[in-house]
Design a protein around this ligand. Sequence first.
Ligand SMILES: Nc1ncnc2c1ncn2[C@@H]1O[C@H](COP(=O)(O)OP(=O)(O)OP(=O)(O)O)[C@@H](O)[C@H]1O
Ligand SMILES: [Mg+2]
Length: 319
Amino acid sequence: MLAFSRRQPLRPEINNINALIEGFEAVLRRACPEPIELEMALDPRPLAANIDSAQFETALLNLIVNARDAMPKGGSVRISTGRKKLGAAEAKAMSELPPGDYVTVGVADTGEGMAPEVVSRVFEPFFTTKEVGKGSGLGLSQVYGFVTQSGGHVAIDSKPGAGTTVTLYLPAAPAVAAGRSASDPHATTTPPVGRILIVEDDPEVLDVTVEMLRTLGWEVLTAPDAPSGLSVLRRDADIDVLFSDIVMPRGMNGVELAREARRLRPELRVLLASGYPASALPAGNGAGEEDEFPFLSKPYRASELARKLRAMQPRVRTR
Ligand SMILES: Nc1ncnc2c1ncn2[C@@H]1O[C@H](COP(=O)(O)OP(=O)(O)OP(=O)(O)O)[C@@H](O)[C@H]1O
Ligand SMILES: [Mg+2]
């Protein structure tokens, strides 16, 4: 399900893999409810790779969902990153990769594992062992397609009863080019239009919104609820726009978040969104006459979101 929604050509850019994973952590955590534990073991060094970030996130989510499904009684899944130099022989054994430096991303679960006959077929499109309606068999084919198109390799280590580790090998880009570098020919030349914090409790809506905003050129941060949104705002003074859902769990709605955020950062631009009619929303929602905050009703198109944001005149950044 998560896999095939996007089959566009890849849009590779130099990305810091750790930063991508951290930015996507909220979505990954929502995909792993109790009793599954998600652990992060990210290499402290910057790890740069020339990849399509949206496809990378989709691949990671596909791996996490597979790990979750393999642990119906709970367990732990660990995301690790690292760097590995592959020598000629080792590289040749991995889909005939050229030798060199690779960024590794591992997803290890303590789930039921797979028999060798299953392992040998997992990348086939539509191969699934899940019940009808539970799996379409496209998750790992998306992972495989993305990684091989990016010049990398997917390794699977699995045994029945002993869990599964999937490791992605992605060609490393020079570390200096992490983030966006003008000297790198693959990096986009346009600077981000600004930094935007999205606060949204529905992981799928969040995922789609993140992609929309990245496509529109924004640098995106996310939070799954109002209290964590606030702590991101406290930590990061460089956010231009807060884009928040209104109806959210954990004792604070989007309007309250927006007011608190404005108190904290008076110059912050705020946009609220909701799928509920204005009459059902907390007062001051922005959908009414005396707008406290600009409002967008869900579902919206990318073009409407772009128009709203343009109307709010985000500061053009020069970095
Ligand atoms: N972490 C894992 N542990 C155990 N088995 C796994 C794991 N990951 C994948 N598999 C096996 O590989 C099969 C194919 O995985 P794939 O992600 O391609 O499809 P799916 O999960 O069945 O469906 P979809 O991802 O499209 O919802 C799964 O049905 C399962 O049998
Ligand atoms: Mg899957």
